[in-house]
Write a protein that binds this ligand. Structure first.
Ligand code: SF4
Ligand code: SF4
Length: 286
């Protein structure tokens, strides 16, 4: 099977809306929502959860009250003020540094993994979807991204599916790196704004660093055609194909309100360009 991840750097480029349309256009695929901090692909795909798993990760300190002599050393030295006056650790404030564990004179402190979130395997009318939700103030989203990708790969293998299509996380940090390692293609959805152009260059830089091939789709290209030309020139200089130029159209918002991928809501230019984008992705992957 072939794996493509869709990135945008910043939010608000219409990436998830385009991914939902790819879900509708592509046959024989499993979908993955790698934006585990703020998953929203499921809003459009309307999944029915079939499996719900806990995600345990990260170390938190736990004080065994029976052993604690209340000497106060850990509370005094914890830089994150995570231990209260009853010698109970606040798991949200605890950064898991393990300092208290090492200095407790009576070994009353243990470090244990904490419940950091959940991940799900769901069924949608477009096929299976693997998605996750990281708990509030929880870290290790890169690890959770790797986990949902691994699950999607297993589903694709077992069901003999041709594609894994991932809605990638924002930014260029650990979750993005986790989402692109070893994929066959990154599709970057950008828009012709200054921040969009800046983020495009940063995401391309990360993809080049990890030697992952890239193609680009410009969304709302006609809101600033000068900037769109600059994006085209930049991508040309980087030998990156512009696979689609999707115009701005209120029909995208109307489709969102109806809870439908735009390619199912309308057959206008937007839908045609997204279909062209999918053909370019499929051609590249073949
Ligand atoms: S250092 Fe150990 S014994 Fe002292 S207050 Fe903390 S947990 Fe209790
Ligand atoms: S592990 Fe670190 S942050 Fe957590 S309570 Fe102990 S000293 Fe504080």
């Amino acid at each position: 099977m072939k794996e493509v991840v869709v990135l945008s750097g910043k939010g608000g480029t219409g990436k998830t809306s385009i991914v939902a349309s790819l879900a509708s256009l592509a046959k024989s695929k499993v979908m993955v929502d790698c934006d585990v901090d703020a998953a929203d692909l499921y809003l459009l795909l309307k999944p029915v959860a079939q499996e719900n798993h806990e995600f345990w990760s990260g170390q938190k300190a736990v004080i065994t009250q029976d052993r604690c002599t209340e000497c106060g050393l850990c509370r005094e030295l914890c830089r994150f003020e995570a231990i209260n006056d009853r010698f109970v650790v606040d798991p949200v404030s605890c950064e898991g540094c393990g300092f208290c564990y090492n200095i407790c004179p009576v070994d009353a402190i243990t470090m244990s993994e904490s419940l950091s979130g959940h991940w799900f395997v769901s069924q949608t009318r477009y096929g299976p979807l693997v998605h996750a939700r990281l708990g509030i103030a929880q870290e290790n989203s890169g690890k959770l991204v790797a986990l949902v990708r691994q699950e999607a790969k297993q589903i694709a293998e077992v069901q003999g599916l041709s594609y894994i299509i991932s809605d990638g996380p924002p930014g260029i940090g650990c979750p993005v790196i986790s989402s692109i390692s070893g994929v066959d293609l990154v599709l970057i959805v950008t828009e012709p704004t200054l921040s969009g152009m800046h983020d495009l260059e940063r995401v391309i830089g990360v993809c080049h660093h990890f030697a992952v091939p890239v193609i680009v789709g410009i969304n709302k290209y006609d809101i600033n055609e000068d900037n769109s030309h600059q994006i085209e020139h930049y991508c040309h200089s980087q030998k990156i194909e512009i696979a689609a130029r999707i115009p701005f159209d209120n029909v995208v918002t109307e489709a969102l309100v109806q809870g439908l991928p735009v390619v199912e809501y309308s057959q206008n230019t937007v839908a045609h360009e997204i279909a062209r984008l999918w053909r370019a992705v499929a051609e590249y992957l073949s």
